[in-house]
Design a protein around this ligand. Structure first.
Ligand code: HEC
Ligand code: HEC
Length: 206
């Protein structure tokens, strides 16, 4: 399972394409995002994801996917009734600038929940052999920082409610913008209890 991340990176055709975003320009463009994600990307409402410190390439990909979701009514990309209309008017340059800005911000950490800590940590580090579930850290990293070059998202510090909602969406196939169905496969092997435990865990992981 250790080689999973490497394999996934290879499948993605890692060529180290540089992000060209301008964080200063992005800051000005982020005024419309602040209502939900906060000016510095540390959203307060737990159903709105934190963007602060998120990997730049991942943010650009999500904005492209959310825009495509709108254009295709969810047949391709990622469709969310709140966020897709926000991504629709953005140009490629806007997306890169916004991504550079939010990636440069510092994420505010949460705290892991004590009651589910042991189970969450065990799933994060070792997965669940019986269920064929790989360790989350194989792709999202030991401290949850993701893999920037492969566009694997940072989960460290993210809201538990948001993480849980995304895992359920992948499990049901409602979110299907993950390359090679990587996350749909992962989430399909998880019980609701495991989803809750790992969602509680990542907020304090760093
Ligand atoms: C009205 C509230 C609202 C506004 C304004 C808004 N967003 Fe969002 N955003 C959301 C919600 C809700 C989600 C989660 C969607 C989901 O559950 O799939 C989201 C998700 C995202 C994601 C995906 C994050 C991830 O971890 O996958 C990115 C990137 C993003 N927003 C960027 C932006 C940018 C850039 C702007 C400004 C141009 C913006 N948002 C404005 C509500 C908002
Ligand atoms: C084989 C690699 C791989 C493994 C293993 C993996 N993930 Fe992921 N994960 C991804 C990729 C790639 C994405 C981004 C998909 C996309 O482009 O939208 C992702 C996205 C996510 C997201 C959505 C984040 C956001 O900001 O919207 C969550 C939540 C998540 N993973 C949780 C987990 C958990 C929990 C585990 C362990 C049980 C896990 N992942 C294991 C590759 C992996």
């Amino acid at each position: 399972m250790k080689n999973l991340a490497v394999l996934a990176a290879l499948l993605l055709g890692l060529t180290g394409s540089a992000q060209a975003g301008d964080a200063e320009a992005g800051k000005a463009k982020a005024a419309t995002c602040a209502a939900c994600h906060n000016a510095d990307g540390n959203s307060v409402n737990p159903v709105w994801p934190k963007l602060a410190g998120q990997n730049e390439g991942y943010i650009v990909k999500q904005l492209q996917d959310l825009k495509k979701g709108m254009e295709t009514q969810g047949k391709e990309g990622r469709l969310n009734p709140t966020m897709s209309p926000m991504a629709s008017p953005l140009s490629q340059t806007d997306m890169e600038d916004l991504a550079a800005y939010f990636a440069s911000q510092t994420a505010q950490m949460g705290a892991a929940k004590k009651s589910t800590l042991e189970q969450g940590q065990s799933l994060w580090r070792g997965g669940d052999k019986k269920a064929g579930l790989p360790a989350c850290q194989a792709c999202h990293g030991p401290t949850g920082m993701g893999m920037a070059a492969a566009k694997f998202p940072r989960l460290s510090g993210q809201h538990a409610d948001y993480i849980k909602a995304q895992l359920i969406a992948f499990k049901k196939g409602e979110r299907g913008n993950d390359l090679n169905a990587m996350m749909r496969d992962v989430a399909s092997r998880m019980s609701e209890e495991q989803i809750q435990a790992v969602a509680d865990y990542v907020g304090g992981l760093h």
